[in-house]
Ligand binder design. Structure first.
Ligand code: 13P
Length: 283
């Protein structure tokens, strides 16, 4: 069942667990994740970056793949199709018009006023389609779709202002996490996280969810995080399994067998994350 993110994130916030946002790269990833979440009775957010959208052939292709998989595989758990790091109002509009049920407008590289102005424009448009909107403030570190960023911790007062002036449905305050692989132990600011969560009714999002030790993930959820984004860890387990498979049989060339060689690894990781985040069997 394709839904927006409102109810599943408010439920998660109320009951102190988080819903996983797994990034997808192709049809197979969407299929593996959906099948596992259906089996685990777990709500799920399928995140698609602009780069992945381009790779898959465009917004309407992504939307059709996800919608048809839900229908053909009889997926009954709530599924959100979410644009990850939409870089402009225009890309959010394209995603929404193509059937995405949720978008992130990432205007965090601009001043607070400009971030508010762009985000507001997106929420206004999204509301006509019943689409939920995520915004970002501060800067998440690491590499996102080829762009390198340094970490800038979000300011709680600025978070309040962004939330109250834009009508967003969930907020991603950058609090020390990075996209991709961490250099050393992550340094999340749990004090600010708790303060921002207490001051805002809006569910909070933790980007850069791969490579964070389990105890920090649990603490982040205790501090008020309701959505955790995971991309790199699925890529790592999938590529490890595929590399092993290719090395074990030099004669294999059927692409279906090669891509499928990572299915078990992805599914196991999805289940582990759903259990860790507490969303396992919450449907
Ligand atoms: P990871 O690279 O840590 O998996 O983070 C993914 C993410 O935050 C996507 O928005």
């Amino acid at each position: 069942m394709l839904v927006n993110a409102k109810e599943i994130l408010l439920n998660a916030k109320k009951n102190k667990y988080a819903v996983a946002h797994f990034n997808i790269n192709n049809l197979e990833w969407a299929k593996f994740i959906l099948e596992q979440c259906e089996l685990d009775k777990t709500p799920v957010i399928l995140g698609v970056s602009e780069g992945a959208t381009k790779y898959m052939g465009g917004y309407s292709v992504v939307s059709a793949i996800v919608k048809e998989l839900i229908k053909n595989l009889n997926i009954s758990v709530p599924v959100v199709l979410h644009l990850d790091h939409g870089s402009s109002y225009e890309s959010c509009v394209k995603a929404i018009e193509s059937g995405f049920t949720s978008v992130m407008i990432d205007a965090s590289k601009y001043s607070l006023d400009k971030n508010i102005e762009i985000t507001k424009k997106v929420t206004l448009f999204a509301s006509k389609y019943n689409v939920t909107v995520e915004a970002e403030i501060g800067k998440i570190g690491g590499n996102e779709d080829g762009n390198e960023n340094d970490i800038v911790y979000a300011d709680p007062d600025e978070c309040m202002k962004l939330v109250s002036e834009t009508n967003i449905d969930f907020l991603a305050p950058a609090l020390g996490s990075v996209h991709g692989i961490y250099k050393g132990e992550p340094k999340l600011d749990f004090v600010k996280m708790e303060k921002i969560a207490k001051e805002n009714m809006t569910p909070l999002v933790l980007h850069g969810g791969s490579g964070i030790p389990d105890w920090q993930i649990k603490k982040a959820i205790e501090c008020g995080i309701s959505k955790i984004n995971i991309n790199t860890e699925l890529q790592i387990v999938w590529s490890k399994a595929v590399r092993l498979f290719l090395n074990s049989d030099e004669k294999v060339y059927d692409p279906r067998k090669i891509i499928k060689a990572g299915e078990k690894a992805i599914k196991e990781e999805v289940r582990n994350k759903n259990i860790l985040l507490g969303s396992y069997q919450k449907v």
